[in-house]
Design a protein around this ligand. Structure first.
Ligand code: ZN
Length: 112
């Protein structure tokens, strides 16, 4: 059973978290945790629990969230960036709604 897909999952990690030099826990969707150490130079990690290959995408700084699109509906969603500060990740429902409204606006402008 050979499949062409490279990774099973993708995750985003804040560059700041890796720069601290500490071990960094990457969380898998199955609740498995893979510990990585900086400097992190691998393209992916393998979950010890479900054996998913998880592509790691390191983003500069402390981004908090990035925007993605729901594959089913195309609606913008907020994807948490692992290792971002609590401050960035703790959005109030109001703040979350504001960000999503902004993203929806941007998405619809792109379609024109
Ligand atoms: Zn897993």
């Amino acid at each position: 059973m050979k499949k062409k897909r490279k990774f099973d999952l993708h995750t985003f990690v804040a560059g700041d978290a890796l720069e601290s030099g500490d071990a960094f826990p990457v969380h898998c969707n199955c609740s498995g945790i893979i510990t990585v150490f900086s400097p992190f130079e691998e393209e992916f990690v393998v979950c010890p629990k479900c054996e998913s290959r998880i592509g790691i995408h390191i983003l500069d700084g402390d981004p908090g969230y990035i925007f993605g699109a729901n594959p089913a509906t195309g609606e913008p969603i907020l994807i948490p960036v692992q290792g971002s500060s609590e401050q960035k990740l703790n959005l109030s429902p109001k703040e979350r709604e504001r960000l999503l409204a902004e993203a929806r606006k941007r998405f619809s402008e792109k379609k024109k």
